[in-house]
Design a protein around this ligand. Sequence first.
Ligand SMILES: [Zn+2]
Length: 462
Amino acid sequence: MNWKSSYPEIAWPAVMTGNAAMLAAVTRQYDASQWWKPEQLEEFQYRQLTKLAEHSLRTVPFYAERLKASGFISGKPMTAEIWRRLPVLTRDEVRDHGELLQASTYPPYFGGTSTANSGGSTGIPVRVLKTGMDGFMWQAAHLREFAWNGVDCSLEIANLRGVASFLPALSQNPNAFEDMGGLITPDWGQPATMLWKTGRMGLLEPTLPLAVQAEYLIKRRPGYLIMRPSGLRLLLGYFREQGVILDSLRSVWTMSETVDESLRELCREIFGCPVFSNYSSNETGYIALQCPSGTNYHSVSESSLVEVLNVKGNACKPGEIGRVIVTPLHNYAMPLLRYQVGDEAEVGPPCGCGRGLPSLTRIVGRLEDYVTLRSGEKRRVHAEHYRISAIRAVREFQLVQTSLETIELRLVLSRILEDEDKRSLEALMQKAFGSYLEWAIVIVNSLPRTPAGKLMQFRSEI
Ligand SMILES: [Zn+2]
């Protein structure tokens, strides 16, 4: 274990107490456990699952039934065989039986409860109860992300993820001030400030015109930029078209939408820096973080068990794509045992970096990304994101199934398509949908976002 090699050095106060001390301890633990062998991590997880199952058996009748039927016996350890017999928990079940999943009681040291809402984008809104412990595990994973990205805490962050709801509270900070339509706070906020002295953070709404965003970044010269991939793509397109330069960024951190190779390339070309991405959900917290040595993702095995299952319900092998099933190990207020998040991912081989944490090669997309045919058959949308967005005139795109017979590729363009671009797009649509749907390419001025601000790459209007 080499503490200083991965985390920025801690600005230890004379006496560190409470949450900060706990967080520092867990951070040290994470620094070691990332290198554990897969068997060691699995053993750790099954010890946690045994405790969680024991708790669920006693306090949640909904699970007591399921656990008994799967062969789990109080006082005996949870095993892989029993675990695999436990049914997957769907979003529909969480939505319909949410209250039945809540524990009648849980140990007080897990902290008070709060509610996490999620799923505006998948069409199935769910509400999940969490405790202070879940917030703590979220902070620990977030600090791992900083460590893996090799952050220099002294630099300024530009936060363009859209935080309008937090702005009134942040503006109460006596040291915050306005600059160019954004709010500048004196530090990065928690959890970073619990362990480190940091640079400033600037908050700017990503709905402002691109020219305003660009001017702001050029003036502030931040070291890091936080925003959604779709907003980043628009911004990079603007910098390219205008021929303006921003050379202060060390890396860009994205969340909540998938990142494809074309976006990573564009960012390297225009901002000269890499993109670091993560995979999380409001219900489960962090699920996986991008490996510091590549573009695959490592599960956060210390806080959740991540399974990827094929259609038969068996674990996928490396290279296979399946449903992502997550069990947060520390949610004792509303245990989610084998929760189907609603995405699909590709399982990766053991990572070359040497970490024992399991890897996912990519997050493929939502389970809902299927077109429905008149026969009732559903087919996965092969959107070929890489190739659509590799066409430079395309700023944004969305596939929309408009009827049982038709699908549209809607494009926002930065300039008129050249004949060659048109031919590539037509070939792409013909290959993907030509054999079973009529397709059309439609130019639009803008594409709608979900209430949470996400750009969905596929939408069905059926
Ligand atoms: Zn790795």
